[in-house]
Design a protein around this ligand. Sequence first.
Ligand code: AMO
Length: 439
Amino acid sequence: MELVTPKAHTRQTASELKKQVGTEVQVTGAVYRVRELSSNFCFIIIRTDRELIQCKLEGSEHRIDPRQYAEGNYITATGRCVEEKKSPHGFEISIQKIEVLSKPAAEMPFSINQRELNIGLDINLDARPISLRHPGQRAIFKIQAAIAELFGEALSDIGFTKIHTPKIVFAGAEGGANVFCLDYFGRKVFLAQSPQFYKQMMVGVFGRVYESGPVFRAEPHETARHLNEYTSMDFEMGPISSFTDIMEVETYCLRHILNRLPEICLTELELLKVTLPYIIEIPAIRFSDAIEIITKKHTITDRDDLDATSEQVLCKHVKQEIGSDFVFVTHYPTTKRPVYAMEDPNNPEVTLSFDLLYNGLEITTGGQRIHDYSMQVEKMKRRGLNPEDFESYLQIHKYGMPPHGGLGLGLERLTKQLLGLQSIKEACLFPRTMNRVTP
Ligand code: AMO
């Protein structure tokens, strides 16, 4: 029997290599670009996990033909690390030896070694395994990974427990027809539209829970804001004293994310020239007041909902008046909210719920839920639902739940808005839309 010992196999970053100026080092990665300056001098730029490392090859005595090392070859370059002020990291590697680890079978469909990836979105998405290697594309997802991490960090710091709930479910939680059906051993089941019922169930167990995971929406349209599968960052908490507790925790979370992102992703934020917004407080406006503001500038057909233009008009107004990129819209009409939403005891026409808009786009929905058993059963009946179909969910109400609430924050929408991307598809590694299920 052999023994396997623990070993982290960490990779050297540019800043660690820089400390080794004057010594021999090794760098492994993909050839990003070869720049031949003369017959016996060329630069080979190596793309590592996160950086581009400048290496130089000089003198004919090494008999290294740089043309062998076309873009996409994986190599290990060994050589002396020397100071070079003109190099992006302040050093370069003077190559003594190159070992080729893997050679591509075909030339790249397009070059990724340009500052801008000058290809259309469809070509980009068709060749996602390659286009994502472009530093600018990769930066989007490094930042996105950090956002999701920081969402969890902010919440676990204040006592939330991370949960993992099923994505094959017995009922669509959000109502409406935009739910995918599955044949599950002869039974009709659904793909989760959100972790809604499960995160509520877990409030009775842990009090405060969060989850980041895939959710599915069978929305039959392609827009710059919609995906058919996206990542929902959810939390749920109880007991709460009011639904404003939820908005306060979201404000805390977003501030934590925005404060910490530059510590984790400065290189990527600089590469994409992103200026992050700064949050001290977020204004909140009632839905009915928002409608009054919007109708002065935009004709709306449905006074019970905000369309895409309404969201933009309202955000522009708030930015001009208060300077905030974010705004909470509260007390949405009951008719537009799902069956679990708590109605305002002072006016049952509206719910104790909210959306958060950021730069003209809804990024969050949240609110207080019904915790009383008879109230929930009665509302289901009013909506034409059979409470018996929701028996497993209703156990929480039946056997006791604290006043509670939570929210769902769309990771791709937040990424799109933070980075100023044109389409949500650019903020998704492998977007699923009506017309796209590959790669
Ligand atoms: P809702 O359905 O409003 O609420 O979704 C919450 C957030 O998810 C994002 N989102 C989407 N992102 C990409 N493509 C889509 N098709 C899409 N649909 C929604 C948005 C939105 O604000 N259970 C409730 C949340 C809660 O109350 O806890 C829910 O899912 O950013």
